[in-house]
Design a protein around this ligand. Structure first.
Ligand SMILES: [Zn+2]
Ligand SMILES: [Zn+2]
Length: 98
């Protein structure tokens, strides 16, 4: 069994697939390589993205706004803070609240 573990918070979960084309969802290509869980509750759009890797430091982070944002690429909270001047204000504000 595969297990995803967020490097920033204590969130961890098993996952069904890592990559951009989950085999259990038809005709979808994700914007990033992500940890994907089959969603048993909605069989037609049956995936949940639970995490991905930061494009800067490569840490595995969950998709909660307190840990990461997707702004053309995935950035973890630390990298957003480090490069906050390169992000639109609303992005750095969202993440700094966490
Ligand atoms: Zn997290
Ligand atoms: Zn990072």
């Amino acid at each position: 069994m595969s297990e995803f573990c967020c490097a920033l918070c204590s969130f961890s979960s098993r996952y069904d697939y890592f990559g951009r084309k989950p085999p259990f969802v038809e005709s979808i290509v994700l914007m990033e390589k992500a940890y994907v869980l089959k969603n048993p509750f909605t069989p037609h759009d049956s995936h949940l993205t639970i995490g991905a890797h930061c494009s800067q430091c490569d840490k595995a982070v969950c998709v909660q706004q307190t840990c990461s944002v997707f702004y053309t690429r995935r950035f973890c909270k630390h990298c957003v803070e480090k490069h906050s001047e390169e992000f639109p204000q609303e992005i750095s504000e969202v993440i700094s609240k966490g």
